[in-house]
Design a binder for this molecule. Sequence first.
Ligand code: PNS
Length: 183
Amino acid sequence: MKGENDGKTTAVYPGSFDPVTNGHLDIIRRAANVFGRLIVAVGANAAKTPLFSVAERVELLRSVTRDLPNVEIDHFDGLLVDYARSKGAKVIIKGLRAVSDFEYELQMASINHRLDDRIETFFMMTSPKYSFLSSSIIREVARLNGSIAGLVPEEVETALRAKFSAGGSSPERSRLPSQSGPR
Ligand code: PNS
């Protein structure tokens, strides 16, 4: 049953998801095929200032994963390993796009292993068609009114358009000229 760990292997897929892209969704779908219970967890990356609030990111993730019964959406503060342990998860899922991701992810996996060696980090290669994709690239293209069709779910496209439309209150938006209409 959703929300319970009834003998299924639980994995946590953490990230900023600011916003969720089709690259993330690809990892979510494939991981949900492997693990009995997948928790997609929005966490705080100290190095980033988010565009979407945690509540907005959670809502978008819920919307785009509603057809996946063994996927739960959550958010967490504090250490990832503490959160994973509190959920009964032994596995952390990370997506790797390119060699450039490797060094940072190796560092994260190593410190997380040192913090709790009962929790393993599993890496999944992002599908090549999304290997260039990142939330920051999506935010930048959307901010400049470029096409992000096919790169993010429709709900995300709509949310980005709303964020960057005139009259909003996000920090990014207030620095921008107003943008009109569809791309
Ligand atoms: O999508 P991102 O920005 O690469 O996600 C990074 C995230 C949120 C997974 C990472 O910053 C994280 O795990 N934050 C929680 C704090 C933590 O446990 N950090 C690792 C030990 S320093």
